[in-house]
Design a protein around this ligand. Sequence first.
Ligand SMILES: Cc1ncc(COP(=O)(O)O)c(C=O)c1O
Length: 607
Amino acid sequence: MQHPEVKWAQRSSETEAEKNLLFVTINLSDIEGTPKLDLTPEKISFQATSNGKEYGFEINLFDSVLDKPIRVNRTGKGITLTLLKSTPRAEYWPRLQKEKVKLPFVIVDWSLYVDEDEQEDSVQEPNPMEGMDMPGGEGGGQMDLQAMMQQLGQAQGGGEPYRRREMTCQPSSQLDSTHYDKWLTAQAKSRHPSAIRALFPLENKPGMISLLAGKPNPETFPFENITVSLKPVSPGAPHPKLEINAGPDLAEALQYTATCGLPRLHKFVSDLQNHVHGRRCEAGEDDFAITITNGSQDAFTKACAALIEQGDYVLIESPVYTGAIPEMTIAGAQFVEIECDEQGMSAEKLAQVMDNWPQDKPRPKLVYTVPTGNNPSGASAGKQRKVDILNIARKHDFLILEDDPYYFLTFDGERVPSYFALEKQLGGERGRVLRLDSMSKVLSSGIRIGWATGPQEIIKAMDLHTSAANLQPNSTSQAIVQALFAHWGIDGLLNHVARVADFYRVKRDAFEGAAAKHMSDIASWVTPTAGMFLWLKLDCDDSNEVIKERAINNGVIALPGVVFYPTPRVTPYTRLSYSMASIEDAEEAFKRLRRTVFEYKGVEDPK
Ligand SMILES: Cc1ncc(COP(=O)(O)O)c(C=O)c1O
């Protein structure tokens, strides 16, 4: 008999008995019939059949619980029990099981995990309305757990895969976890949790003596504190200071820490995603996950490794972010280029490609898109465009890899909802969007902080990659960003990004003004409404020679359009970045570019 994966998390309180919760999730999809689940104060026993195989376990609990769960939630992915510990205590249990042996199938549920000393601030509580509350108690009708399992089983409709929507009348439902099996690569599936990192949480248990990891002793670190002075918000205003002083905060900043990011930063990002995209990460309610990364390129690389197998078809914008080409190529992608217009990827062209997809060809796994202030085209997709593309993804069953580092650099009006937001807003199934965010363009590109938000199965594969490749994202950078976010709060961060967007709007206006003055008769472009790029179509056949050779000799560097396609071709486009150029630089650069174009054409400039 095999063991299903069992995830657990807990809460504790010495004074409020009802806060001593234990969340136990049995991850087993497509359970056939009624599983056998027994709970005594000391033990959980489970037996079930899934896809013709027998699964089961018996876990003697570390301490006793009430023998009736207070909530049971069964989804197509498994069963979550909310249990009440019998003895209210401030301390956490050090492990789920009584015996001091590692049960390899029992792991911490990071989606519900909250540090013992941060429970007060915790927002990641499971939705109390979810699942089925255990009846009984004073005068209530008694129903044992097995009867409840039966009832939950019947709610599935005679062995059909369970749909959460039927149980909870939610307007949208999560893609079943088995759905990701066909998308995850063999490499992703073969990764295992790090033996050391899986035990990290136990080190927090009071009284625990840890001889676990090869953590360097912080006494030997030369850093006494980290103090960062911030620029004043306005001239003459004070320079606020972020101080990470000796103690737990500094230790955390300088030490090995959780693979998915520092807990407080992770929580802030979770709140931010809820605030900005309207999605709260809650078990059984909206089952996505977040992981902090060393910039979004790190997340992108890991997403490619998790999702792209040799020969897989990948839908890309044409032109595409040049930095996306190498990793996808190495992963073995076969590129399917989708034409772009002034809103980026054309939904019409995408639909044409997919509606005519040959029967005998494996279907694309994902579309890669940079929907805001596209790199290189500068284009931003409107809401209807995103809705159309999302609907095509649903119809043809592929993922959307939403790489959105310029999201906060929207110049005018409201930001268009992200794909991640839309898949919830539209109703229907969720779990098709893997969103990548970056702080590079709004805080610092050197600080290397970004995050990925999306289906748990994919984020888990990315985390396993991290735990093998980097162990964790840079914790010193995370601690600085965490201190900054704690100082600002969400409103402060949003005020800051609004100022940054305004800065680039002014740059865009000046740059475009200079382009209009010097290039309007020999080039055309679409005004970017976000980001930092102007995609200029030169009045010549091949921008490569103009830009790569002649322009450099004339003292101006830009990127020729050819680098934004996966295969070589002749293109009149060039990408100009206006993020750094002063107004004077812009004027001079366009004069030089103009001279270069006429040199290339071999004709005299009429101006
Ligand atoms: C579309 C796109 N994705 C990812 C990145 C990399 O961002 P980060 O610095 O967060 O790794 C860039 C940087 O220019 C980009 O333009």
